[in-house]
Design a protein around this ligand. Structure first.
Ligand code: GDP
Length: 298
């Protein structure tokens, strides 16, 4: 299917041309820059970022002869440069528990990511409690319990339709009593009624701050990388709803539209704490800018 094919990481490399040794070097002119811009935009990098990246590549090189391989390498360098500052693991704090609020639209991979995070923290010797804060989605609560079992982590639930803030408070109480290192709180992802969601998230924050004024220590926004430019508007929306401190980009395996990460980094500068690279519990990886740039342009 052409759409998926066109958005796979490596797209840029294929478009620019792989036959670096056989192809003639071409003059870097406005035409070449324009087609480069178009490729970057097609790869979901966004117009502003595409323009800036091509301008940086053009700098001091206009009129020179360049090979496809040089262009790919320059592009990879530019992309890595944009991504370097946002590649930061989730900061850890001495608070017990460190409270991680997890937000994002339904389907973005929140539940899966919480399971993967819980498993990673457990493997690092930390004790974790999960709160199934999307109390309106029975399926999400069940799914979170499955992930909790896999990770060996207790999952606190509340009856369907009950107040997520009161569950969050109970979860704080339990996490404190257990001396847990981390409390991961799932939240609802219904954007249909933003005012309700905003109030719900604000109430969770208010209530957990009664226990710890510093909480939540992190507010993670989970974004599906395959939604392309939609990811940008989701960041804008969730920044109005919550104090987003960092991102997890999911579904970067397969045919992910990886280019949007560059646009996100360029526009918001929010740290990318981890990337989802599959549906299994170990499929959560640190974000590596050079590897990413190489994959996108290779
Ligand atoms: P939620 O509604 O935000 O809680 O989303 P889920 O965690 O239920 O995930 C939605 C779907 O995306 C599920 O089918 C997951 O298996 C899948 N998913 C989540 N993360 C990834 C990922 O990194 N890669 C792939 N390929 N699928 C993922």
């Amino acid at each position: 299917e052409p759409q998926a094919e066109a958005s796979r990481p490596g797209l840029l490399g294929r478009l620019i041309g792989r036959s670096a040794t056989t192809e003639p070097r071409r003059v870097l002119d406005d035409d070449m820059l324009e087609s480069l811009e178009e490729m970057l935009i097609a790869a979901d990098m966004g117009v502003d970022t595409a323009l800036r990246v091509t301008a940086n590549i053009a700098e001091g090189r206009l009129g020179r002869r360049v090979s496809g391989r040089e262009i790919r390498e320059l592009l990879a360098q530019e992309i890595a440069r944009v991504m370097e500052p946002v590649a930061r693991p989730l900061p850890l704090y001495p608070s017990k528990p460190q409270v991680v609020l997890v937000v994002g639209v339904n389907g973005s991979g929140k539940t899966t990511t919480i399971g993967k995070l819980a498993s990673q923290f457990r493997a690092a010797g930390k004790s974790v409690v999960i709160a199934a804060g999307d109390t309106f989605r029975a399926a999400a609560v069940e799914q979170l319990q499955v992930w909790g079992d896999r990770a060996g982590v207790p999952v606190l639930t509340a009856p369907e339709g009950s107040d997520p803030a009161s569950l969050a408070f109970d979860a704080m109480t339990k996490a404190e009593a257990d001396g847990a290192d981390l409390l991961l709180i799932d939240t609802a992802g219904r954007l249909q009624n933003r005012a309700d969601l905003m109030e719900e998230l604000a109430k969770i924050v208010r209530v957990i701050r009664k226990k710890d004024p510093e909480a939540p220590h992190n507010t993670l926004l989970v974004l599906d990388a395959t939604t392309g430019q939609n990811a940008l508007s989701q960041v804008e929306t969730f920044r109005q709803l919550a104090n987003v401190s960092g991102l997890v980009m999911t579904k970067l395996d397969g045919t992910a539209k990886g280019g949007v990460l560059v646009a996100l980094a360029d526009k918001f500068g929010l740290p990318i704490h981890a990337i989802g690279v599959g549906e299994q519990i170990d499929d959560l990886a640190p974000f590596d800018p050079e590897e990413f740039a190489a994959a996108l342009t290779g």
